[in-house]
Design a protein around this ligand. Structure first.
Ligand code: ADP
Ligand code: MG
Length: 417
């Protein structure tokens, strides 16, 4: 669609359009003149009286035929995009000169132009190029205005009106083309994204599976070694902690590729949040982060996979803590929303996220942290979707981030997955 895009496929499309255009151009150009000079006068007495009719005379035809080798040269040099402009410009210039010679100083009825102009306008959408469309419409209308003013001839009005009407139709067609192409492209993009994720998921599951077994024996032996060797205890806890970290990364990765089997059971959101906070407490304390929780009234149990929801809130609270390296406060609000939903808001006073980065948040491996994985939000988002819920992130640089999680209280209304 864009001329700057020189992919072979687009160049090929442009060449096809140019070929079609050239055929139509010459067919229209010649048929119209045959009609005008030979057929019309014979049957109606109207039309061109003699051929060639003043102006540039035969030269007009020679020059217009001469456009062809020049265009073929452009195409051969890998520059098919200029051909359509070349024809438009060439035609308009020749036509202006021709008309000037014919009509200058006369009071003849204005009958210049060729139906080929309508072809320029009407077929301009085949190039799917807005710039070209506007050049054509303005070029041809401009030509008539120029002629009308210079020759002081009102006869240019009808062709102007016709060109405007045809331009309007062509622009509607062009807009349809654009919108159709755009939705095709975005559908294609979605599909690619899904395929990419599917491949990442399968790879992740396969690799994760292979890593987990050696990892668990590594952990087992490290613990054993630690018990055997209680005197040099310094490094063992770190080793075990790091092994656990690898394990949790592997688990995140494996979540991406697993077929989602969710067992919905009733669980208390208060307990899930309390568990989450107990898990993250140590890290929060280390960074001087305090957590305030507000539960609005007695909350009904919600249908969920408890283990997975815990994972969601651990990820979100961890992100909140990590956004405040110099301490601060996290506020967790839980309340029933519109009677059927549970709304959980996690608000931090951290670094915030740039507007343009908010779009990247769900993408796998997007991270701004030195030892981040960029998987947390992706898994979180996936789990929330599997629960038919919603995740919304609002953020302001320097002020903090607010994460809204909405979950349906009952899953019954949704078809089983
Ligand atoms: P990770 O935590 O491993 O980087 P996530 O998927 O959890 O991966 O988060 C992706 C990125 O989103 C983070 O690296 C961070 O830049 C940004 N982010 C997420 N939550 C917050 C938050 N509460 N405040 C600021 N930035 C955040
Ligand atoms: Mg994270």
């Amino acid at each position: 669609m864009k001329e700057s895009n020189n992919s072979p496929k687009l160049i090929y499309e442009e060449k096809k359009a140019i070929k079609l255009f050239l055929w139509l151009f010459y067919i229209f150009f010649i048929t119209y003149d045959i009609f005008w000079y030979a057929i019309l006068p014979r049957y109606t007495g109207y039309g061109g009286s003699k051929f060639p009719d003043g102006g540039l005379g035969l030269w007009l035809y020679v020059l217009i035929l001469g456009f062809l080798p020049v265009s073929i040269n452009f195409i051969k040099k890998g520059n098919p995009y200029v051909v359509k402009y070349f024809y438009l410009l060439g035609y308009v210039i020749l036509d202006v000169i021709d008309t000037f010679i014919k009509y200058f100083g006369t009071k003849d009825v204005f009958a210049s132009g060729n139906a080929v102009e309508l072809l320029f306008v009407f077929f301009s959408p085949i190039f799917v190029n807005k710039k070209y469309f506007w050049t054509v419409a303005c070029g041809i209308i401009g030509k008539y205005i120029l002629l009308g003013v210079a020759l002081k001839n009102g006869g240019v009005l009808p062709p102007i009106v016709i060109t405007i009407i045809i331009s309007a139709i062509a622009s509607i067609i062009l807009i349809r083309f654009y919108s159709y192409i755009n939705s095709l492209t975005s559908a294609h993009e979605d599909l690619r994204q899904k395929e990419k994720l599917a491949v990442i998921g399968q790879m992740a599951t396969a690799i994760g599976h292979e890593i987990r077994n050696p990892l668990s024996s590594l952990k087992g032996f490290t613990q054993l070694q630690q018990e055997r060797d209680p005197n040099s205890n310094e490094y063992y806890p770190i080793m075990i902690q790091e092994i656990d970290r690898i394990n949790s990364i592997v688990n995140d990765l494996m979540y991406l590729g697993k077929p989602k089997e969710i067992k919905f059971e009733k669980a208390s959101i208060e307990e899930i949040i309390a568990y989450t906070l107990s898990i993250t407490q140590q890290q929060a304390e280390r960074q001087g982060v305090t957590v305030e929780t507000i539960m609005a009234g007695p909350l009904p149990p919600i249908d969920c996979d408890e283990k997975q929801l815990k994972q969601v809130f651990i990820n979100l609270i961890k992100n909140a803590i990590e956004s405040m390296p110099n301490g601060g406060e996290i506020r967790v609000h839980v309340k029933v929303h519109e009677q059927k939903k549970m709304l959980i808001v996690i608000q931090d006073e951290g670094s915030g996220i740039e507007d343009e980065d908010i779009l990247n948040l769900g993408a796998p491996f997007y991270t701004t942290k030195k030892d981040g994985t960029g998987l947390g939000l992706m898994v979180t988002n996936q789990i929330i979707q599997d629960h038919h819920g919603k995740l919304k992130i609002e953020s302001e640089i320097g002020k903090g981030t607010k994460v809204n999680v909405t979950l349906p209280i009952k899953q019954g209304n949704y078809s089983k997955k």
